[in-house]
Structures are given as structure tokens and as C-alpha cells.
Design a protein around this ligand. Structure first.
Ligand code: SF4
Length: 602
């Protein structure tokens, strides 16, 4: 029988309502059409979750999907995706997580796991190669993320079992709760943890002992060696190895487009306290890597605090540092590490959590909310203790935390100032102020899951080409980057591998692993297909051009200081050009003709 190279062979379907567990053979021709991971997850969500499904109801699904290179020796091939309808945005959502979970799932014999329905009481899923069971978890409900991982490994008698868990944030349906693995790796952003909590699923534990068939093992070994050598000598990869993603702080801050104080400022002198170099000097005590990577960007950190005792975490990486730190005006390790630890233990996304607190701080400073709303917490920008107090309240859904747990847009709307929520489609911005890199404005506006930088991180090219303040040509750049990133995500590749692997090299890896012979043009069509499926999910939910926009702050309020001073985003022209290039109408709806060419029926 012909082998499906690169694939584990089955997709697991678990229905928590009736307790059924089924294995479906992985279909290589569908994989070829979408590569795997993000692409296949989007296709399955579009077909299996009908329009207007309640994101926190039993009909929503969690579709965990690995990629074909995942679990092989391909460098950085460790990102597994979970795809679902977001309770934060009501849009399509997908979230990627590194670490070791995805490779372990492949070793257990599965390319994906689809979670359906809702359990009658708390449970966890135990995947032990071919033996798959739904286990009771009443005794785990109420535990934080780290306690849950430890308890499950102890219960199963194996410290090497890989576990994905939710904390109390997911149980309490915080709309941006995340799923966590390896203690500090998250499926972050649009609320996968809340969806898992709504299903009363506390965890998924995996042990796998099988191997993955490879089409050309020698070619794969050669490509892998070459890539490791390129990465070992690459200045950017080396900066990341030394400082993690916080190597970005200096550059983005000095170019004046780093989130500061709910995006009221684009730069701060105080950021000098928390640069990558300062982190290495002050708090780093070890390195952490995902499966199969020689960049090793994860940093173990600790601070000895008179208030909080020994605070020991992994990270924070750049987005957390910025959204929890500079965006709340907090520029010290003690409070940034402690706030990260609180959100990690509750299983709550640090970026949306930080954005929600930053919004509340701006509202407090402007007198829109008062001590009465905050239970006396002095929510000024820069108050690190207040940041930590509110982080706890969000995880618990108590006091002002109950309002912020529904997301910054919901909170700002309740307070009568929706324009102060820095979000698109309900999802909060990443660190990069789009006024300092105009392509990022279009990226955020058109992302299928709300403001998300990794859908098309164009800022690096914009800086290199010295045209970051221009809107000219950005529609084409964003479109191409979106397609490229869809391939990276669907292969299960860490985005940092872009330092060594252009599209051509990525396709060589796909070919060595699977035997598929894709050229660059064919690959970009797959990327386009994925973007269109994601778009169609949202169109069916009622999203269109009116939702592809940015907060007024980015469109109308010029940055006051720094290297991006005076800049605003002129979005409409870029949007017109982007729709034109995508073959969509000017309402942002894909045309039947374009969908037909991409082989998508609707
Ligand atoms: S670069 Fe960092 S995030 Fe990416 S695979 Fe390596 S350790 Fe993981």
C-alpha cells in the first residue's frame, strides 16, 4: 500500500456530548489542497460549524491540526493550530502553539483532533497512542494551569506526557482565555480556552510512540543540516537566541511605533529599562526551546520581589512585554513578570489582558471610570501593582475584571467610549503601532481574526525598504505576505524559520517529507485559497468592508513625538487596492469567479 508520507494517518473526532471517539483516515488529497495545520483547520471549520453558531455553545468545535512537516526533523516544525469560532470576535479564529504538543500528537498517530459537543461534567481527554479515553476531571476543575499539568502527569504516572490545559480563566469563560502547554506555551488570542471551558474539557494529555513516514529521508537530513548551519550564523537568529523576541524592543521603540499607554504614545525613554539586553542582564537565568529548534528563543526569568516573593516564569516575549508593560506604562521587571505569571496561571491571553487593563487606565485617567468602578484601585498608567490586581480580577471575573473579561471593546462600549478600545473586530492590537508602518495598518484591518500582526508581519520589509510611512505598494505587500504566512502556518513551521527558509526552501522541505511536488506559484495559490476560506467564514457571519477598519486614533490622531511623529494611517486607498488585487468586490466579498478559480464552492 502506498504510504501517505508526512502524515500520521488519522484524524481523531471526539464528541463530548455522547462520548463517542472515532478515527477518520487522513485524506492526502485534501491535505495537498490546504497543506495541513491552519489551512485544513479553516476548511473544516467552514464546513462543520454553521453560520451564527454560539461560540460558547456545544455546536462550536475545537479543531487541533498539525502540519505535514510537524514532528519530523524539519527545523522549527512544531506549531500546532487550533481553529474555532471566537467568543471574543465572533469571527473565524486560529491560534498556533509551539513547544512539544503537536509533534507528540503526530507520534501518537494523529494529524488532528476535533473536539465536538459539551460534556455533562468536567473531563479530560487521554490520548495514549491507539488508546483514547475521556477521563473524569472534577478533581482538576478550579486548579490553575501549572497545577493541572502536574496533577495529570502524576495521575498518569508519566512525567513525559504532553498536556494542553485550561486554567480558571477558561473555566470562567474569560473571552480571551487561552489553552496552555509546556507550562508557558499558549494557544493565545481569540479565546480557545473559553471554548474549551464551555465544553467542560479541562485538558488533553498525549503520549505517542510511533514514527512518521518520510518520502526522502536523506534529502531531508541534508536540508536540515544546511538550515541549522544558516541559522547558527544568522545575525537575526543569534540576536533572538541571546535575547528572545525582546531583541525587537530597541528598534521598534527608537523608530517610534511601539505600543505605549494604550497607543497614546509610540515611544518611551523608560523602555531602556526593559530592552532585550536589560532582560539578559537583569532577569534571565536559562534558555528554553521548542521541539527541533536551534534558535532557542525561550528565556527563563526570575525576579526577587518584596511584594510577590520569587517570581519565576518563562518570558515575557516581546508582545507580552509590550502589551502588559509599555502599553500600561509599566516599565519594570517586577510587575511585568508578576502580571505575566498571573495571566499564565489563570490561562488568560497576556496581550488582550494587557490591552484591557490599558483601556481601563486611559478611562480612569480621563475620569470616564472612577474609584467606584475599580473598587478603589488607582488605575493610573504606570501603576504596576494595580496592573497585577486587575489581572487577578480578570481571571476570577470579579469586580472590574468581570467587565474587562469580555474584552476591551465590550468594556469600552459599556463605558460609552468604544473608540478608546484599540481593537479590530473585537481583537486587540499587537505591539506595532500602524502609524509607524503603514502596511501593518492594512494587515490589522484585513486580518480574518481581528487585529493580529502574524497574519502579515510586513514591518520588517517596510523598515528595510525605507518606505514605512508610505501607503504606496502596501496592498500588494500585505497580500503576498498573507499568502506566504498561510503556508508557513499550515506547514506547522515557527515563523522565526523565515530567517533561513524562503518559500523555495520551505517547498523543498515539504517535498522531502511528503513527496509532493509544489512550485512557488502553486504554493501561493494554496495561500490564497486559505485566506479566501477564512474570509468566507466571516462573510457568512455578516462581516464585510465596514469591519475592515482601524480605531479612530490610528486614522485621525497623529503621533505626537518620536521618529514616527505626525503620522496617521490612510487606510481607504490601501483597502481599495487590496480588494482589487484579491479579486473581491469593494465590499470585501470574494466573487464567485475568484472562488471558482480557487476551487472553493460555497
Ligand atoms: S525560534 Fe523560539 S518559538 Fe520558534 S521554534 Fe525556536 S524556540 Fe520555539
Amino acid at each position: 500500500m502506498e504510504k501517505n508520507y508526512g502524515l500520521a494517518g488519522n484524524i481523531l473526532r471526539v464528541n463530548l456530548t455522547n462520548g463517542t471517539i472515532e478515527k477518520e483516515p487522513s485524506n492526502p488529497s485534501v491535505f495537498k489542497k490546504f497543506i495541513g495545520g491552519r489551512g485544513l483547520g479553516a476548511w473544516m471549520l467552514y464546513h462543520e460549524v454553521p453560520a451564527k453558531t454560539d461560540p460558547l455553545g456545544p455546536d462550536n468545535k475545537l479543531i487541533f491540526m498539525a502540519g505535514p512537516t510537524e514532528g519530523t526533523i524539519t527545523p522549527g516544525a512544531n506549531k500546532i493550530t487550533v481553529t474555532f469560532k471566537s467568543p471574543l470576535t465572533n469571527t473565524y479564529a486560529t491560534s498556533l502553539c509551539g513547544g512539544h504538543l503537536g509533534p507528540e500528537l503526530k507520534f501518537a498517530g494523529y494529524d488532528g483532533v476535533v473536539i465536538e459537543g459539551k460534556a455533562s461534567e468536567p473531563c479530560y481527554l487521554w490520548i495514549d497512542d491507539d488508546k483514547v479515553r475521556i477521563m473524569p476531571a472534577k478533581h482538576l476543575w478550579g486548579k490553575n494551569t501549572h497545577e493541572t499539568e502536574d496533577a495529570i502527569r502524576k495521575e498518569l504516572g508519566d512525567i513525559n506526557v504532553k498536556v494542553a490545559v485550561i486554567g480558571k480563566g477558561g473555566e470562567n469563560l474569560v473571552k480571551y482565555a487561552c489553552i496552555q502547554t509546556d507550562y508557558h506555551r499558549e494557544f493565545g488570542r481569540q479565546g480557545s480556552g473559553a471554548v474549551m471551558g464551555s465544553k467542560l474539557l479541562k485538558a488533553i494529555a498525549i503520549r505517542g510512540t510511533k514514527s512518521i513516514p518520510i518520502a526522502e529521508p536523506e534529502k531531508l537530513a541534508q536540508l536540515t543540516l544546511e538550515t541549522y548551519q544558516i541559522l547558527a550564523n544568522h545575525p537575526k537568529a543569534n540576536a533572538r537566541k541571546k535575547m528572545g523576541t525582546n531583541e525587537l524592543v530597541d528598534g521598534i521603540n527608537s523608530l517610534g511605533f511601539m505600543a505605549n499607554k494604550n497607543f497614546t504614545e509610540g515611544t518611551s525613554l523608560s523602555a531602556a529599562n526593559i530592552t532585550g539586553a536589560a532582560m539578559v542582564r537583569d532577569v534571565v537565568f536559562g534558555d528554553v526551546s521548542c521541539y527541533g529548534c536551534n534558535i532557542v528563543c525561550g528565556k527563563n526569568t526570575q525576579v526577587l520581589s518584596s511584594k510577590y516573593g520569587k517570581v519565576r516564569i518563562e518570558g515575557p516575549e516581546f508582545e507580552t512585554l509590550t502589551l502588559l508593560g509599555t502599553n500600561t506604562g509599566v516599565y519594570d521587571w517586577e510587575h511585568i513578570l508578576r502580571a505575566t505569571q498571573i495571566f499564565d496561571e489563570y490561562g488568560v491571553d497576556t496581550m488582550s489582558g494587557g490591552s484591557a487593563v490599558a483601556l481601563a487606565m486611559e478611562c480612569y485617567e480621563k475620569g470616564i471610570i472612577t474609584d467606584e468602578d475599580t473598587d478603589g484601585i488607582k488605575l493610573h498608567f504606570g501603576n504596576g501593582e494595580a496592573l497585577c490586581q486587575v489581572a487577578e480580577l480578570i481571571g476570577q471575573r470579579k469586580g472590574i475584571g468581570a467587565i474587562l473579561a469580555d474584552g476591551s471593546l465590550a468594556a469600552a462600549t459599556k463605558w460609552g467610549v468604544p473608540e478608546l478600545a484599540m481593537q479590530v473586530k473585537g481583537s486587540d492590537f499587537a505591539a506595532y503601532d500602524p502609524r509607524g508602518a503603514k502596511g501593518m495598518g492594512l494587515t490589522y484591518a484585513t486580518s480574518p481574526k481581528g487585529a493580529h500582526h502574524m497574519i502579515a508581519p510586513t514591518f520588517g520589509v517596510e523598515i528595510a525598504q525605507n518606505n514605512r510611512f508610505s501607503e504606496e505598494g502596501k496592498a500588494a505587500l500585505v497580500r503576498e505576505t498573507q499568502f506566504f504566512m498561510a503556508i508557513v502556518d499550515s506547514m506547522a513551521l515557527c515563523s522565526s524559520m523565515r530567517f533561513a527558509l524562503d518559500l523555495g526552501k520551505q517547498l523543498q522541505f515539504i517535498s522531502a517529507v511528503t513527496g509532493w511536488d509544489l512550485n512557488e506559484q502553486e504554493a501561493m495559490v494554496i495561500g490564497e485559497r486559505i485566506l479566501n476560506v477564512e474570509r468566507m467564514f466571516n462573510v457568512r457571519e455578516g462581516f464585510s468592508r465596514k469591519d475592515d477598519t482601524l480605531p479612530k486614533r490610528f486614522l485621525e490622531e497623529p503621533l505626537k513625538e518620536g521618529s514616527s511623529q505626525g503620522q496617521v494611517v490612510n487606510l481607504e486607498k490601501m483597502l481599495n487596492e487590496y480588494y482589487e488585487l484579491m479579486g473581491w468586490n469593494q465590499e470585501g466579498i470574494p466573487t464567485a469567479e475568484r472562488l471558482g478559480k480557487l476551487g472553493i464552492c460555497y
